[in-house]
Design a protein around this ligand. Structure first.
Ligand code: HEC
Length: 388
């Protein structure tokens, strides 16, 4: 197998095909890339631009991940870990199977870039001669889509105390709105980038506006759709704080801000939700299945999920009266990275369609991969249509 193709096509099985064939093909043959004595690629010339582009949203000095990819001395000791990461199916934060999923994907590493990185590691990860261009990261120091229509800061700063490494905290933020608004986009600006790991932003008693992680661009709803925000609505911001090990003994303070972009009411069609959820369980040796039925016709737009633990695979499919359609296939997804996936093209589903989500546990879970009581196993189907 060439280093440029991480997974041979014959290993890939669709979710629906899996059901009929009754087998799970999730193992990946390990390749060593081109092992040479000397790499034709160097960090300064070839590797830095790729890492800057693809990994620096999180891997920067005092960012949420422990190594900075923007500094040779910081990244070089991690090169072997990076190789394993790049070859594994679980390249965070993107676990989407590119072939079987109907969802939009953010750009990941191209086969050519992957080849450059693997060849560089295999050839001893050389630094190179030229001075590297200066990094532009951390990339998210400004609003990425211009100034939001409404900026809502946390009312008071929150401190993660010395000795505490990880916590999930919910904040209520008043919008102060006196009329109904429609939200077409949203962005979070962490007050402290080294501890804000991910976040959920929802309307109290209303829709989830976004599942945020540091690599995510401003969320934008497709095709003039929007989330409804009533007068006086409160926004619930749930932040997952996680400190780097080097900060364990420091108290670190955050005051994040939510930015909302509004749509014109006339263009807006309100997004609705069908929620499938199950309790967190540590008895997960067998596959877990969530199902829900659509009572009315819908135009499906997105699928959003959070996991209670790491799984070997998670699939979502629509079982219509006439057949089965794969919606989403995640390979080795981790509970750490809850996400919303917009469909590449909306799918019209007839009444009586069953949405089925199947989560297959890891054969040998690591301690980190086990159940997190703070996390829910929850999948939501988001659509336009009559209320279910
Ligand atoms: C959305 C944020 C984010 C992006 C983007 C990201 N990482 Fe990470 N990465 C992390 C975090 C956070 C950790 C710390 C370990 C953990 O908690 O998973 C990490 C850890 C790692 C590690 C350490 C080994 C391990 O698994 O713990 C390697 C290697 C790594 N990342 C490589 C990469 C590479 C290569 C890219 C780009 C292709 C990348 N990461 C992109 C957030 C990110």
């Amino acid at each position: 197998m060439k280093a440029g193709s991480p997974r041979p096509a014959w290993l890939i099985r669709g979710a629906c095909a899996l059901l009929t064939a009754g087998l799970v093909g999730s193992s990946v043959p390990i390749t060593t890339g081109h092992k040479g004595l000397v790499s034709p690629y160097t960090y300064n010339e070839h590797v830095f631009p790729i890492l800057n582009d693809r990994c620096a949203a999180c891997h920067f000095e005092r960012g949420p991940a422990q190594m900075s990819v923007l500094d040779y001395d910081s990244v070089a000791p991690w090169s072997e870990a990076m190789r394993l990461q790049l070859l594994s199916e679980s390249m965070h934060p993107d676990f989407v199977d590119p072939i079987d999923s109907a969802v939009m994907r953010e750009p990941t590493i191209s086969p050519r870039d992957l080849d450059v990185l693997l060849t560089w590691v295999g050839g001893g990860a050389p630094r190179g001669e030229a001075t590297p261009p200066r990094a532009i990261a951390p990339t998210r120091l400004r609003w990425t889509s211009g100034r939001p229509d409404l900026i809502i800061p946390m009312r008071v700063p929150h401190t993660v105390h010395a000795g505490d490494r990880e916590e999930i905290h919910e904040f209520s933020l008043p919008t102060g709105l006196s009329e109904t608004k429609w939200v077409r986009g949203l962005e979070l600006q962490p007050g402290n980038r080294s501890i804000v790991r991910d976040a959920e932003i929802r309307v109290a008693d209303g829709p989830t506006l976004a599942l945020w992680n540091p690599a995510q661009k401003a969320m934008a709803t497709p095709m003039g759709t929007a989330f409804e925000l009533s007068p006086g609505a409160m926004v619930r911001l749930t932040i997952h704080y996680k400190k780097n090990y080097r900060d364990d003994d420091s108290a670190l303070t955050d005051r994040s801000r939510v930015g909302l972009y509004f749509a014109q009411p006339s263009r807006s069609a309100t997004i609705q939700t069908l929620l499938l959820s199950g309790p967190a369980t540590d008895a997960a040796t067998e596959s877990r299945v969530l199902t829900g039925m659509l009572a009315a016709p819908v135009r499906m737009l997105a699928i959003r999920g959070s996991l209670d633990r790491d799984y070997s695979s998670v699939t979502a499919e629509a079982l219509t009266p006439t057949g089965c359609r794969s919606l989403l296939v995640l390979r080795s997804p981790r509970a750490d990275w809850p996400r919303r996936y917009w469909l590449a093209d909306p799918i019209d589903l007839p009444p009586g369609t069953t949405i089925r989500v199947t989560a297959t546990p890891l054969a040998r879970p690591s301690v980190d991969a086990l159940v997190r009581p703070s996390h829910r196993f929850e999948v939501a189907v988001e659509f336009l249509g009559q209320r279910q």
